[in-house]
Design a protein around this ligand. Structure first.
Ligand SMILES: O=C(O)c1ccccc1NCC(=O)[C@H](O)[C@H](O)COP(=O)(O)O
Length: 214
């Protein structure tokens, strides 16, 4: 089975080119100033122009209508990923600003969190399961923390993407444990927060492809 891959936190041309060369399906642009990988909309648009057949994902945290409008005008992303406290109805609103749909990030601490993600069925197009951020964190994602990936196995209310602590070293095991049809990495393909590592991006994609060939 083919597993889709999103490399998130694109902030420079070299890493966009590395992700495309490695075969990434989605490139994530984090429009959130507190992130070490945060980019301006103008920079996201400039980098997104290099995406070729990959899809662009605008990662936003509780955006208001004004920001959604700017995102549409400047970046025109294929996907909007909502990574805050957005309700199902807010996900539905955000669909008007994305070419292909909305992904809702849901932090997973236990089985109840996974079950609660079903409430987004009919409102979002996919769930991105992620780790819970550390207490007092100033951003909701990109912490490199994992969790028990088998908790999401069998989730079928919506398509899902597995995220949270994925690395070239653990992604094959995580796919096997979760049955994920798509995976997403930020910290695991960096050499330092916000600094993408082309060799680790390539190793991540290679690990996914090796698993598919088994
Ligand atoms: O990565 C960030 O800095 C970030 C900041 C604010 C909102 C979302 C963010 N990341 C979004 C993602 O989709 C990450 O891939 C996800 O949180 C997993 O990150 P990691 O565990 O570092 O791979």
């Amino acid at each position: 089975m083919t597993t889709r891959v999103k490399i998130c936190g694109m902030s420079d041309e070299a890493s966009v080119k590395a992700a495309i060369a490695a075969g990434a399906d989605y490139l994530g642009f984090i429009i959130f100033p507190k992130s070490p990988r945060g980019v301006t909309l103008a920079d996201a648009a400039r980098l997104s122009a290099l995406k070729g057949s990959a899809k662009s994902v605008a990662v936003l945290v509780d955006p208001d209508d004004a920001l959604l409008g700017q995102v549409l005008r400047v970046l025109a992303p294929d996907i909007i990923q909502l990574h805050g406290q957005e309700s199902p109805e807010r996900c539905l609103d955000a669909r008007n600003y994305a070419g292909e749909g909305v992904w809702k990030a849901v932090p997973v601490g236990g089985a109840a969190d996974v079950a609660r993600a079903s409430r987004y069925a009919g409102f979002a197009d996919a769930i991105l399961f992620d780790a819970k951020p550390p207490a007092g964190a100033d951003r909701p994602g990109g912490w490199g923390e994992g969790y028990d990936y088998s908790l999401v196995k069998g989730f079928d209310a919506l398509p899902f993407i597995l995220a949270g602590g994925l690395t070239p070293e653990n992604v094959a095991g995580a796919i096997t444990a979760s049955g994920a049809p798509a995976v997403d990495a930020v910290s695991g393909v960096e050499s330092a927060p916000g600094v993408k590592d082309a060799a680790r991006i390539m190793a991540f994609l290679s690990a996914v492809k090796r698993l598919e060939m088994r």
